[in-house]
Design a binder for this molecule. Structure first.
Ligand code: SF4
Length: 368
């Protein structure tokens, strides 16, 4: 949610939200900046100054939750960062990336010139998030593009959140560097899993997709070092036209060389950003992508490796693989087609990405 608090003209700051008296007292006790919504106005604490009297905004924010976290900008823009009612919250570290994947759902410009959230700001946000948050994701771009300062953030997370599960999304190349690996092992929150994409079973295919020479070798070395250090690892395979004939081989390679990973997620694409620009090169039908995913899933299962299928609608996947399908698309991005209204599996189905909807040409069929 984004609104404008018309009377605010101070510095950029991170604030929590309090709707109830209990949350207000809690946040005062914790000495955190927060916004309190009363029936008549919106106040910034601990200063206790009125920042808005707009009834529409009061009404809108009444639908938010105690302990949500917002960014409050110099011009009064008030935008949600953390939703305390959701399991889908993430820290966005930077848009920059040292790879340049052809099917990346982010645009090229953000990987080249994307902004960073400073480590101090990330820590300030984390200070405002309740310690009982069940799950938090750390993502980019490539989070390690901000350099070793990121370890201050990991250290803070590790000290504050003892019960939270963390998912770190990274291309994994940095873990080929021993000094980074060692500091990560030392500083990472204890319930962390590192999710790393593998795009091909060979350097030729992987590096063609990442458009970064040497990335395959670095990623593989990084994964092996993480596993050796006892770090939990998820591997991700995104199925595109460029690797659909290699998905089976990737599964075989994982089974042969990286079988200690926690699980493998095989994913359908989100057709935004570079994926959309390169759609002629990367798009394949859901049916073709699911076929490749199912064949690979079978190899992994036969080798005792857990598999999840992300972003595949149930009507595309053979029934015997439905138990592998996750509702993986976040609520703000998920869409259903007209035919879905008649589908008896709609509640269990993860739907399709908003950005992929227009690529689907009549493949979805209501299950009745
Ligand atoms: S018809 Fe729609 S709701 Fe049903 S399985 Fe397909 S995508 Fe999901």
């Amino acid at each position: 949610m984004i609104v404008k608090l018309e009377n605010y003209n101070g510095k950029y700051k991170i604030v929590s939200l309090a709707l109830s008296q209990v949350a207000k007292e809690d946040l005062l006790k914790d000495n955190l900046d927060f916004i309190y919504i009363s029936d008549n106005d919106i106040r910034l604490y601990p200063e206790n100054v009125v920042v808005s009297k707009d009834k529409n905004i009061i009404e809108k924010l009444r639908n938010a939750h105690d302990y949500d976290v917002y960014e409050l900008w110099e011009n009064g823009k008030f935008s949600e960062y953390y939703d305390d009612s959701s399991l889908d919250n993430y820290f966005f570290v930077t848009g920059k990336c040292n790879s340049n994947c052809v099917m990346c759902p982010s645009p090229d410009i953000s990987r080249q010139k994307g902004g960073n959230t400073s480590v101090d700001t990330l820590i300030e946000i984390a200070k405002h998030i309740p310690t009982d948050a069940p799950h938090l994701t750390i993502t980019g771009g490539e989070p390690f593009m901000v350099g070793p300062d990121i370890f201050r953030f990991f250290e803070f997370l590790g000290e504050k959140f003892e019960c939270t599960d963390f998912l770190l999304l990274t291309n994994g190349r940095i873990f080929a560097v021993d000094s980074y690996l060692e500091r990560f092992v030392e500083k990472a929150p204890k319930n962390s899993i590192v999710a790393i994409p593998i795009h091909g079973s060979t350097a030729n295919i992987h590096d063609m997709i990442t458009q970064s020479n040497g990335s395959f070798n670095q990623t593989k070395i990084g994964i092996k070092k993480l596993l050796k250090a006892g770090i939990h690892v998820e591997l991700r395979i995104v199925v595109s036209r460029l690797n659909k004939d290699d998905i089976y081989n990737i599964a075989q390679m994982i089974s042969d060389e990286l079988s200690e990973v926690d699980y493998v997620s095989i994913m359908a694409m989100e057709m935004t950003g570079s994926a959309r620009v390169n759609q002629d090169k990367v798009w394949i039908s859901y049916v073709d992508a699911a076929q490749a995913a199912e064949d690979a899933a079978l190899v992994l299962i036969e080798n005792g490796i857990d598999v999840k299928l992300y972003n595949f609608p149930l009507c595309i996947v053979k029934k015997e693989y439905w138990t592998l399908c996750e509702k993986s698309i976040s609520p703000d991005k998920v869409r259903y087609a007209e035919t879905c209204e008649n589908c008896k599996m709609k509640n269990a189905c993860g739907g399709v990405f908003a950005g992929t909807m227009s690529m689907e040409k009549g493949e979805l069929r209501a299950i009745i």
